[in-house]
Design a protein around this ligand. Structure first.
Ligand SMILES: [Zn+2]
Length: 140
């Protein structure tokens, strides 16, 4: 039986974002119809992998998602305060780095898979005590 998904979602593994990402996928109307790949640092594994095989792992998973579920798009979500990126002195510097990685990752994926659309998002995080507010912005 063939079964199709709309997208593959690549995000960081960070537990603080999982509920918000699930809600956001409902907003994007891909919830229940997307393959999900969660790895520390998200786009970082494509643009500046710790080891070369990390990038091949991600592209291999996208290839499987495309072959098995006929996805038409890849959604990449990076987030503020990411442990894989480490500390930044300024919020603005942090954002510039994530935006650059997301855009570069999109280019690399599109070089590998020209048939796929790539959408990019950055999740902003505000923590007040135990309260967590997460806002997604599209990166173009
Ligand atoms: Zn992270």
């Amino acid at each position: 039986m063939s079964h199709h998904a709309k997208a593959l979602v690549l995000s960081c593994m960070d537990y603080r974002f999982q509920e918000a990402i699930a809600d956001f996928c409902r907003e994007l109307r891909i919830a229940g119809s997307c393959d999900y790949l969660a790895v520390a640092g998200s786009a970082l594994n494509i643009t500046r992998p710790n080891q070369e095989q990390d990038r091949a792992f991600i592209t291999g998973q996208i290839e499987k998602s495309l072959r098995l579920h006929a996805i038409t798009q890849v959604v990449i979500i990076n987030h503020q305060n990411c442990g894989a990126y480490g500390e930044f002195d300024l919020e603005s510097t942090e954002k510039v780095q994530h935006y650059a990685d997301l855009k570069k990752a999109a280019k690399i994926i599109q070089d590998h898979f020209p048939e796929l659309k790539v959408k990019l998002y950055f999740a902003n995080l505000k923590e007040k005590g135990s309260k967590r507010e997460i806002e997604f912005e599209e990166v173009k």
